[in-house]
Write a protein that binds this ligand. Structure first.
Ligand code: ATP
Length: 265
């Protein structure tokens, strides 16, 4: 698939999947996210862009409560998934993270077989009643991550024996296996070569048929290629959010304009 065909696919989805209101994040005294309000759409790829340290990853981690795992961080405000407050005390963060999956910068397969990497989530969440059902989930997830053909004859080999690009697709298969509704990706291609990057980018475009995808990226070319919506962060503020086309061709805020034209960053 070429770049333009990804870019030209219209945003046809308007259903809000995640809604953030007045979100603040502190690390100790450091105010890392300031009053962020945004509605992220279902079945849409949203890119978070902005200079290093502006808070992209911090805000991403708010969306599946990964910041809970950082002792000194404090999150305020309201974030809803399908209208339900994800910070409500009745919400189990482990269950939430099955619905809002995450793929990290560096591929991090478990030291287990390819099969067990993918089967891990469905097993702990009880998604399969018997082995045949688990086999089906593993195959479907590996197909969904465009990896099945490369690994179908070596499912019992260690996941860590795959190439970097294959490992990242394995991590995507692992995230997809719990049937998430949202997939968060924190610079998923930064450790990959150009070929693996383009495979993962094509995959992201396919994944949005089923999920809402949010991707943090330092590459404006990548944001333009894969996303329909873009959010530009600067010094903890969400400065501008809109269609990727508008952000890149007609930014409204001078800070966005400076960033995309390479004057800040
Ligand atoms: N675990 C942490 N403890 C303390 N401060 C943190 C922590 N994580 C991030 N920060 C600080 O919060 C701010 C936002 O960081 P964050 O990693 O979210 O930015 P980013 O835009 O994702 O940066 P990059 O593009 O470099 O990954 C920075 O000032 C950073 O130093």
């Amino acid at each position: 698939m070429n770049d333009m065909s990804l870019l030209e696919r219209a945003v046809d989805q308007t259903e809000i999947k995640i809604s953030a209101r007045d979100v603040q994040v502190w690390y100790g005294d450091k105010h890392a996210i300031k009053d962020v309000n945004v509605d992220l759409l279902d079945k849409t790829v949203t890119a978070f862009i902005g200079p290093s340290g502006c808070g992209k990853s911090t805000f991403l981690r708010c969306l599946n409560r990964m910041n809970d795992t950082i002792d000194i961080s404090r999150v305020e405000g309201r974030i809803t998934l399908d209208g339900e407050d994800i910070y409500d005390r009745r919400v189990d963060p482990v269950q939430l993270r099955a619905r809002v999956g995450m793929v990290f910068q560096k591929p991090n397969p478990f030291p287990k077989t390819i099969y067990d990497n993918v089967a891990y989530g469905p097993r702990i969440h009880g998604l399969a009643r018997h082995r045949a059902e688990l086999d089906e989930i593993v195959e479907k997830s590996l197909r969904g991550a465009a990896l099945w053909n490369e690994v179908k004859d070596r499912l019992q080999e260690p996941g860590t024996g795959l190439s970097g690009g294959q490992q990242q697709r394995l991590c995507i298969a692992r995230a997809v296996a719990t049937q998430p509704e949202v997939l968060l990706m924190d610079e998923p291609c930064s450790a990959l070569d150009p070929i693996a990057t383009s495979q993962v980018e094509e995959l992201i475009d396919q994944l949005r048929a089923e999920f809402s995808v949010v991707i943090v990226t330092h590459s404006m070319q990548q944001a333009a290629r894969v996303s329909q919506k873009t959010a530009f962060f600067h010094l903890g503020n969400l400065v501008e959010y809109g269609s990727t086309d508008d952000i890149f061709t007609n930014p409204r805020d001078p800070r966005t304009e400076s960033y995309i034209s390479g004057r800040i960053g």
